[in-house]
Design a protein around this ligand. Structure first.
Ligand code: TEU
Ligand code: CA
Length: 562
């Protein structure tokens, strides 16, 4: 193993902060978040104790899917600044001791990318002719975002495939020239000094030969086996891995509908091409497949998903840990309680930050931002939100349809970051490009800075505690009481040292009898989200009678094990 390859291992001890720049901080007053704003807020990001930043796509884009429709891979969107400003951000992040990873979106481009504009022209000697997937007749696949997966192009006189929005034509990865383009993009950013990539829908880039029809009646799901983990996926990813190896760059693959077993192919053995995968299992504890198909939250589903990945990756691969990102509604509104805002926000942090793996914190999560409720569908901007509204449950009353949108929209993760209680939450001096959540007067960074027991400072404490302990970084994972519908309890253990994490997901006070092996033993309270009830740092005997847990009470205790 080369030295560079080993140096990539930094990610295992890191915590990442994810920035969706359009809504992070506006530096020039035009109402749109940008890299000037990011530059000014890097000290804040660093103050969380994090070690790395993941930027959602910063590239030029017509924004049909807010940056995931790229029209130029080697530049910065003028809304966000320019390459010089990006380099300033990159250098400052590095000076502050934070790595930077970029979003790599290579399943598709924008239809306004030069390659697609050229490809539309067709013609045998056109070098871009086969950059995309063109057919005379469409198959029966659905797209994720906008009806059928095929769109007729009148210029070329053929249909092109788009697994996502119409303005996101899928690249033809079977074309070696396209793969060369991808490698050039990797080199462009790596030679500038970025430290790795988060790779969008990476498990979709190789399609089954002949593009056979899908089966079944469920939209999208019935054709997914024709493009998920496709026939050449690991060959293509090996080519890209080679380039990343030259720079010791970290690769994190996003894999919708990834199962543990398929993820292991990306993460280990001969086919290893990714350092981590973003899985989705734990994001369906209150829905089926996607948040739009809501069902009541069940802690057991969440625990099952988390434990499955913890156990199955143990000793073989490394987990990524997240509860929020730009694709999901806010976690307190989903798995926690807006009523017990502080308590559930801190309990959720406790539940995932101490699992084995690398935690990601999404902007605003650390202050407990919640879902926004807009009064009409016209106020939403996300393509998938609008599509769900137009296509499904159309016969239901408007209120019911809007309710589905309130609880599922990706736009809830994309409202401006709430910095302080001033106008527009301190996000911009201009007119914000999107609605600010009206709760910003109470939920904002400045207010949280003043609350020693608040969510923000609790996140800082979690990051610090995790970094301070080899056991929490490297120790094994074991779940206790998997059948308990209200409490999540697990142990991280290395040699004789154990950390026990206990989180109540109940809005009522509840009793909890500790499992055998814990009651009667001496333990130290390392972290509590009820600091007025319990004393952090205190050593005591774990009571045989059990504990009385307050609503959403969470704690981390440390003990010796024999
Ligand atoms: O997400 C992939 C993905 O599966 C989700 O878009 C999911 O289908 C959606 O959230 C359901 O509402 C990635 C990006 O993270 C996302 O922002 C992009 O829109 C998508 O790919 C297409 O590039
Ligand atoms: Ca701006």
């Amino acid at each position: 193993m080369s030295e560079k390859k080993e140096s990539r291992d930094w990610y295992k001890e890191a915590v990442f902060y994810q920035i969706w720049v359009r809504s992070f901080c506006d530096g020039n007053g035009d109402g749109i978040g940008d890299l000037y704003g990011v530059y000014d807020k890097l000290e804040y990001v660093k103050s969380l104790g994090v070690d790395a930043i993941w930027f959602n796509p910063l590239y030029p884009s017509p924004n049909a899917d807010y940056g995931y429709d790229i029209s130029d891979y080697c530049d910065i969107h003028p809304d966000y600044g320019d390459l010089d400003q990006f380099k300033k951000v990159l250098n400052k992040a590095h000076e502050l001791g934070m790595k930077v990873i970029m979003d790599l979106v290579i399943n598709h481009t924008s239809d306004e990318h030069k390659w697609f504009k050229e490809s539309r022209k067709g013609g045998d000697d056109n070098p871009y002719k086969d950059y995309y997937i063109w057919r005379d007749e469409p198959n029966n696949w659905d797209s994720f975002f906008e009806g059928k997966a095929w769109e007729f192009d009148s210029l070329r006189g053929q249909y092109y495939l788009h697994l996502f929005a119409k303005k996101q034509p899928d690249l033809n990865m079977d074309n070696p020239k396209v793969r060369e383009e991808v490698k050039n993009i990797l080199r462009f950013w790596l030679s500038m000094g970025v430290d790795g990539f988060r790779e969008d829908v990476i498990n979709f880039i190789s399609k089954k030969e002949g593009l056979p029809n899908g089966i079944g009646f469920l939209p999208v799901i019935g054709s997914i086996h024709n493009f998920k983990d496709g026939p050449h996926i690991h060959e293509y990813l090996a080519e890209f891995r080679k380039v990343c190896d030259e720079y010791g760059a970290v690769q994190i693959g996003e894999g919708p509908m990834t199962t543990v077993n398929t993820a292991l192919k990306y993460l280990s053995g001969d086919t290893k091409s990714m350092d981590m995968m973003f899985s989705f299992d734990h994001m369906t504890a209150d829905c089926l497949f996607t948040e739009y198909l809501h069902r009541p939250f069940k802690l057991i589903r969440l625990k099952n998903a988390l434990s499955k990945w913890q156990y199955k990756l143990a000793g073989k691969a490394w987990n990524s840990l997240y509860l929020e990102n730009h694709d999901h509604p806010r976690i307190i509104s989903r798995y926690g309680s807006e009523k017990y805002h502080r308590e559930s926000g801190t309990a959720l942090a406790t539940a995932y930050m101490f699992l084995k793996g690398t935690p990601f914190i999404y902007q605003g999560q650390e202050i407990g931002m919640t879902n926004i409720k807009l009064s009409s569908i016209d106020q939403y901007v996300d393509v998938s939100t609008k599509n769900n509204y137009i296509r499904y449950h159309v016969k239901d009353p408007i209120e019911a349809r809007l309710h589905r949108i309130h609880i599922s929209s990706r736009d809830s993760a994309r409202t401006p970051m709430q910095w302080d209680a001033s106008e527009n939450a301190g996000f911009t001096t201009g007119k914000p490009w999107f609605f600010v959540n009206p709760n910003y007067k109470d939920i904002n960074v400045a207010a949280e800075e003043e609350r020693p027991d608040g969510i923000l400072n609790y996140y800082r404490a979690c990051v610090k505690l995790r970094a301070s302990s080899k056991t929490l970084l490297r120790g094994s994972y074991k779940e206790y009481e998997p059948g308990n519908p209200l409490i999540y309890m697990y142990e991280r253990r290395l040699n004789k040292t154990s950390y026990i994490v206990i989180c109540s997901f109940s809005g009522e006070a509840i009793p909890f009898i500790l499992p055998k092996g814990f009651a009667g033993h001496s333990a130290k309270l390392m972290l509590t989200n009820y600091p007025r009830k319990r004393k952090q740092g205190e050593i005591g005997i774990l009571p045989k009678k059990g504990l009385r847990l307050s609503p959403y009470e969470a704690m981390v205790i440390k003990m010796k094990r024999v």
